[in-house]
Ligand binder design. Structure first.
Ligand code: PMP
Length: 463
């Protein structure tokens, strides 16, 4: 990378400014300022239009590029597949679709079927639709309610937003779909905000809050429960001991299908295990995944179910409505599974699950060490290379820092050519958590650079 590019990047900036509507962004400042355009990437680094190198601490901004940039073997696998056969609708099979499903299921004991689609939101919608159809097929149209948790996020479509636990994202897009019911969050660090939360056994208590909602709504009306194993955008919230075991118990007790959203946690992000839920001994009915499945080299998402769920759609072959009446056009693209297969091979052959655990543990220690120096750090948490640092104005009251200060820390990291993220930006009264999710290939040097940049940024913003 030498900072020279073929295109006239000033023109590219002008085109972008004139015509691109960027995601999740207020555009007014771009009328005068320049948009950031990422031109190249290699390993854990990216280069912008000015030829400036950045350390990417967030895997493409949103926990996606798990195996890092510039992977020629993935590009070649996709290229070869596209030349041979690029697309046919998903009611037919494809070679990479079959091969990846077999490979994926081999990493998910208890699971059995892969439904291909192209975004995390859509994968979640598929699970919601399956749960609803089971309610109609098996429960006489009852059990249509789907529970979701405060602070969890499941996507940007109206259906997925109906299961969205972050009010700040939902404001102004309602009304939403009926029969999505919110359950309380589970966040040890902020349990003082929940009436009746105990000092001991908080995890079990938090799970029982879900049971309370099931009892209030009526168990015969509740068909599914959708949760993130570790909440991502809601504040990098790790579950306390006892939580998941109890959640599983409750789901079994009331015949509620458990849907785990692994869109962020999936495919190695949390280290050691392929999926976040596998750390907690959960046996889900649905697992949805997207971002890391092909590390952003192709758009692919999956809704994975058990054979038990799948079988429910096979009975009564004479009934013309008795199958999952759903299609996702681009779920038939072969580039996705071709990229995903090679992505998985890389993770395995390069020992990236182990590296993620090693580097994640190291980074967690280094970030806690920063807390000795910076009183603004209230909590450090996460799993694998999926970490968060919550900033507070006061460690005793745990009041969040004033809005925009966390964003300033991010900007000060950017000024050092280090990209990190933040949750709940500018939301008064919500936790402001710095986010770190470097590629799973991260080395100690990369982690040190991320932590040092954060140290400098915190000093610049808070003194
Ligand atoms: N679930 C979770 C946990 C997510 O973080 C996201 C995206 N950030 C989604 C679902 C939605 O995925 P997509 O943007 O691919 O639709």
């Amino acid at each position: 990378m030498d900072g020279t590019f073929d295109n006239d990047l000033t023109k590219i900036e002008d085109m972008d400014r004139a015509h691109v509507w960027h995601h999740l962004m207020q555009h007014k400042p771009l009328e005068t300022g320049a948009p950031r355009i990422i031109v190249e990437g290699k390993g854990i680094h990216v280069w912008d239009q000015h030829g400036r190198q950045h350390l990417d601490g967030v895997s493409g901004g949103v926990w996606t590029v798990n195996v890092g940039y510039g992977r020629e073997s993935i590009a070649n696998a996709v290229r070869d597949q596209l030349i041979k056969m690029n697309y046919f609708a998903g009611s037919t099979g494809s070679i990479p679709g079959a091969m990846f499903s077999e490979r994926l299921i081999s990493k998910m004991p208890g699971m059995s079927r892969v439904y291909y689609t192209n975004s995390g939101s859509e994968a979640n919608e598929k699970a919601f639709k399956m749960i609803r159809q089971i309610a109609h097929k098996r429960h006489g149209g009852k059990k249509t309610k789907i529970l979701y948790r405060d602070r969890d996020y499941h996507g940007s479509t109206i259906g997925a937003m109906s299961a969205g636990g972050q009010d700040e994202r939902n404001a102004q897009y309602g009304p939403f779909a009926p029969d999505f019911i919110r359950v309380p969050h589970c966040m040890e660090y902020r349990k003082h905000e929940q009436d009746g939360a105990p000092e001991e056994n908080y995890g079990e208590w938090a799970a029982e809050q879900i049971e309370q909602v099931i009892l209030r709504e009526g168990p015969d009306t509740v068909g599914g429960l959708c949760l993130e194993p570790v909440t991502a955008g809601g504040g990098v919230i790790t579950p306390p001991e006892g939580y998941w075991q109890k959640v599983q118990e409750i789901c079994r007790k009331y015949d509620v299908l458990l849907h785990i959203d692994e869109v962020v946690c999936g495919v190695g992000r949390t280290g050691t295990e392929w999926f976040g839920y596998q750390h907690y001994g959960i046996e889900p009915d649905f697992v949805t995944m997207a971002k890391g499945v092909a590390s952003g080299y192709a758009a692919i998402a999956c809704c994975v179910t058990t054979e038990r769920v799948f079988d429910m759609f096979k009975d009564d072959v004479e009934d013309p409505l008795n199958y999952f009446r759903d299609i996702s056009t681009f779920g038939g693209c072969t580039a996705g599974p071709a990229a995903a297969l090679e992505n998985m091979r890389i993770i395995e052959d390069e020992g990236l699950l182990e590296n993620t655990t090693r580097m994640g543990d190291y980074m967690l220690d280094q970030l806690w060490a920063l807390a000795d120096k910076h009183k603004v750090i209230g909590d450090v948490r996460g799993k694998g290379l999926f970490l968060g640092v919550e900033l507070v104005a006061d460690r005793d009251t745990r009041d969040p820092v004033a809005e925009k200060l966390a964003q300033k820390v991010v900007a000060e990291c950017n000024a050092q050519a280090v990209i990190i993220g933040v949750t709940n930006r500018s939301i008064p009264g919500k936790n402001n958590t710095l986010c770190y999710s470097p590629a799973l290939i991260a080395t100690k040097d990369h982690i040190d650079e991320l932590v040092t940049a954060t140290d400098v940024a915190l000093t610049r913003v808070f003194g």
